[in-house]
Design a protein around this ligand. Sequence first.
Ligand code: MRU
Length: 368
Amino acid sequence: MKNPIPRSIWTVEEPERLVEIIDQRWLPHKRVVNQLATSHHCYRAILDMEVRGAPLIGTTAAFGMYFALLECKNAGLGFEEFAAKASHLRSSRPTAVNLMWAVDEMLKFIQPNFNNGDVLNATWQKAHQLMEEDATLCRRIGEHGVALIEEVFKQNGGKTVNILTHCNAGSLACTEWGTATSPIYQAHLKGIPVHVWVDETRPRNQGANLTAWELNEAGVPHSLIVDNAGGHLMQHGQVDLVFVGADRVTRNGDAANKIGTYLKALAANDNNVPFYVCLPSTTIDWELNDGIAQIEIEERSQDEVRYIQGKVDNEVKSVLICPEGTSAFNLGFDVTPARLITGIITERGITNATEQGMVSQFPEKQAL
Ligand code: MRU
């Protein structure tokens, strides 16, 4: 099966090594491609959300580590200065653990090879390896998750399967396929009729801007809904499944995802709608066991709440939606407790959102 959406990140080799990304701040109205050529470009791209979504943040940081090494080698700097650049990259956003995971993977690879003559080429290859692995993990999430859609399709007598999703846990948030969207794309490609309820996902509207764009490109039927509509649709039997992504999942199965995910899980629980969290293992923080107490939640600019961006007279503009003097409070994520999650879908299969379930899927993490 082929990923239905073009990649959101790729590299260029000549005349110099570069990373190119789709600047997601302008979708769906404009397709802008930005070039990243320094570790600071990668830091800014993550901080300013040119790239976003936990796995893509990780991949961008992996290439940021290559540029950091290149800068150190060109300036004759040692490992300590390099490690400081790694810390800078790590500080670009706090919640998605894929960022820390990718920086650590690259550090582990580079440290013993720092003085090797071929370290730059090897590091460039290593970042590619992490990017390709992400594509594989996401494809596998879809291969497991599609069975749930098939089951509903059979049970409901061959009617369209209605799936609700929040934010953008799609191909744009990863290298390919997405996490929550991967089972949806794979069902669609297999000819199972699916329809997606797309939460607009205030304040930045990743659902309206990005998920709707992706589903449209892939030809998957979908309807945009306001963030407050999901509960009503669930009460009226119009949602068969909820699939969401995650930014950090603890070893006991608590899941941080875009703010508002928790409310969808509460409504799903009240209406017996299965609620699945889809993630590659790179999103699991095995060191934490209480998501509500331990996961750092990013606070972002008030202006993301006070303004809304859209297209007016063929131009992308921001408009103020509250009185000039009104202040806002803008947390990027919330934590859905494991007890509200029907199952966790990873590249290894579907498991319970419990420590036992998580460790049974990843036995190598038992001893941590
Ligand atoms: O603030 P964002 O856009 O980076 O938040 C993204 C999300 O919350 C996604 O649902 C999550 O990263 C999963 S990505 C496959």
